[in-house]
Design a protein around this ligand. Structure first.
Ligand code: C2E
Ligand code: CA
Ligand code: CA
Length: 616
């Protein structure tokens, strides 16, 4: 009895020790955080020690194929990451069958045990294995592998505690597999968040991280090129998003072909990409950008369509233009914006321009709220009939008196307002101020035509048009006295929304004039379909028409064209009586320019309207 008691105590202590090892592996060694192979190595080594067996292995079961693959074998104190061994169900049918139907196989005499004797001659005897203890690894009710303990030397019986221990090891294997899968999933998600789903390229986040991780002062000369596809919106709009996506993928693949080592390509957003390129000694970054540009310009075949895409490039250089990735990106972006309108559409960051961009940023900031601070006001330029010179209407032009900088020209602040959405508020402000001026002239007996400029950038926005028409109604000026000036390019390049805007304006009863006519490049076919009432011939042709015969020809043709389309022709920039007379001879209907009057505040314009009144 005392002896049996003693055995029990020893057995219990052994069980505790065994379990303690497993607890330690999980809690202080955090096996679950290790790569799977490393975790298997530690687990099998400790199991071999604590149970006292020579071989411990972990196998994966491919149920459908009937295969067991050895993933890890611990053998006499040495590890093999994967023994590479594979067992087939057709060679060991009884063993596979038993695995499928029991949670464990405890073979005291493995060479003669019905479940394991298939291994006797080819495996057990050559290796001297006498006893085997297998526990199945089960996930969601299916056997997906085994943990296998093999004893070399005299046969041993497996106690229930040992069988239980082996089953616990199998459960730990499941846990390790699951945490490995969780890590892989996290890694995949992490990668996905840094990759553009359409092209598979790294995205902006990833590019920022990569640039952030580099030592830019030491990585040697590089160029960061940002590129923006031109008129990509049109492709998307007219050929559909699927085609747009195909174009983007084609561009991505061209950009990634033949990249030098160390180069990176990323897609930043819609139609913007980035290239990070090492520069060989003396390499000209602009020439490099142009060659990439030329390669992108090669036609892309999509179905039956051949599309050509051009891209604008903005370039910053490392290390000259920035001490970190953020600065390089910002400066390349700045250059990309300024590249619009340059001959090749490629521009290198220029610190001199940057100073002016600081001014621009400041102006955008100050422009917000300029109306409330009463810094904005409208001035009016008369428009007269030809040949009489009678004032028929006025064009409202916005002025900004900046408290520190003085007068800022609309040529400078209007494009900024367009960039920042402030244009909506500015246009509404001009309408409001012009409306009250119009009423004051009306009280003096003059019902003038009032021209308001609508920004090209804004008319594509339906909300903008609606706000303008609401403000027009509020102003109380009868719509038939209002004319909205829209540049030719605004309606010719843009989407159907531009046309829709024209339709809405006319429906409201106002007229439309085509501003700056002659500088755009609209086709005759397109022009003839536009719902406009007036054509304003650009001042650049009018001003010097008596000195430049080509400009004179453009003015003459424009007047004829306007008349043939049933529009009235207005010449802008009339600075002399001679030009006015020449225009009258050509049959031009109206004129506007310094010859008739500069831009005036409402009271001075009222004075001009009085019989015999003159501009100050
Ligand atoms: P624009 O619509 O072509 O306006 C005519 C511009 O030519 C005005 O310049 C006017 O002062 C100037 N001008 C008038 N007569 C003559 C002349 O005989 N000779 C010369 N050399 N110039 C003449 P401004 O006021 O500086 O406006 C420049 C541009 O700013 C405008 O060109 C227009 O595009 C934009 N703008 C002005 N006010 C507004 C506005 O309220 N809304 C919008 N969207 N744009 C505006
Ligand atoms: Ca205008
Ligand atoms: Ca104009």
């Amino acid at each position: 009895m005392p002896n049996a008691m003693g055995e029990d105590v020893v057995a219990e202590q052994r069980v505790r020790a065994q379990q303690g090892v497993l607890v330690q592996l999980l809690t202080s060694e955090r096996l679950d955080l290790l790569p799977l192979a490393e975790a298997y190595a530690r687990l099998t080594r400790r199991v071999a020690e604590v149970i006292g067996v020579e071989r411990v292995s972990i196998w994966d079961l491919d149920q459908a194929a009937g295969r067991l693959h050895c993933r890890h074998l611990h053998f006499h104190g040495s590890d093999s990451h994967s023994s590479g061994e594979m067992l087939r169900a057709e060679d060991y049918p009884v063993y596979f069958h038993t695995l499928a139907h029991s949670r464990a196989i405890a073979a005291h005499d493995a060479c003669n045990d019905p479940a394991t004797r298939e291994f006797a001659s080819g495996y057990l005897k050559p290796l001297g294995i006498s006893s085997m203890l297998d526990a199945t690894v089960r996930r969601s009710g299916h056997t997906v592998g085994i943990v296998c303990l093999e004893h070399v030397g005299p046969a041993r019986r497996w106690s229930l505690d040992e069988q239980q221990f082996c089953a616990t090891v199998a459960d730990i294997v499941v846990m390790l597999q699951e945490s490995q899968e969780r890590r892989e999933l996290q890694e995949r998600l992490y990668q996905q968040m840094r990759r553009d789903a359409l092209t598979g390229l790294p995205n902006l986040t990833r590019l920022r991280e990569e640039l952030g991780a580099m030592d830019l002062q030491r990585c040697g000369p590089h160029a960061l090129m940002l590129l923006d596809l031109e008129r990509f919106g049109e492709i998307n709009h007219s050929l559909g998003h699927r085609t747009g996506d195909q174009v983007l993928c084609a561009i991505a693949s061209r950009l990634t072909t033949d990249l030098p080592p160390g180069a990176r390509v990323a897609r930043l957003s819609g139609d913007k990409f980035a290239l990070w390129l090492p520069l060989q000694d003396g390499a000209d970054p602009l020439a490099l950008a142009r060659s990439i540009q030329a390669c992108l310009r090669e036609p892309i075949d999509i179905g039956a369509a051949r599309l050509a895409v051009t891209a604008r490039f903005g370039i910053s250089l490392c290390p000259e233009h920035g001490s970190d990735g953020h600065e390089l990106l910002l400066r390349a972006d700045m250059a990309m914006h300024d590249a619009k309108g340059t001959l090749h559409g490629c521009l290198l960051y220029d610190p001199v321009r940057d100073r002016s961009s600081a001014r621009r940023l400041g102006l955008i900031h100050d422009l917000r709220g300029a109306d409330q601070r009463a810094e904005l006001f409208a001035v009016f330029q008369p428009r007269v009939s030809l040949p009489e010179g009678r004032i028929l209407g006025v064009e409202a032009l916005l002025r900004w008196r900046h408290p520190q900088l003085g007068n800022v020209s609309p040529g400078e602040f209007i494009p900024l307002a367009e960039m920042s959405d402030l244009i909506v508020d500015l246009t509404l402000a001009v309408l409001r101020m012009s409306g009250s001026a119009w009423h004051s002239w009306q009280q003096a007996g003059h019902e003038l035509a009032l021209s308001i400029n609508l920004s090209a950038r804004a008319i594509g926005d339906r909300g903008f048009t609606e706000a303008v028409l609401r403000q027009l109604a509020e102003s109380g000026v009868p719509p038939q006295h209002i004319e909205f000036e829209i540049t030719e390019s605004a309606i010719c390049d843009e989407t159907d929304q531009g046309l829709e805007t024209l339709r809405l304006i006319r429906e409201a009863g106002a007229r439309i004039s085509l501003d700056d006519f002659g500088v755009g490049h609209s086709s005759m076919a397109r022009l003839s379909r536009l719902p406009v009432d007036v054509m304003k011939i650009d001042q650049m042709f009018v001003r010097d028409m008596l000195r430049d015969p080509r400009h004179a020809a453009i003015v003459r043709t424009s007047i004829d064209l306007a008349h043939s389309m049933g529009l009235s022709a207005v010449a802008e920039g009339v600075e002399t009586a001679e030009v006015a007379a020449a225009l009258a001879r050509l049959g031009c209907d109206e004129a506007q320019g310094y010859h008739y009057g500069a831009t005036l505040p409402p009271e001075e314009l009222a004075r001009l309207l009085r019989p015999g009144g003159t501009a100050p």
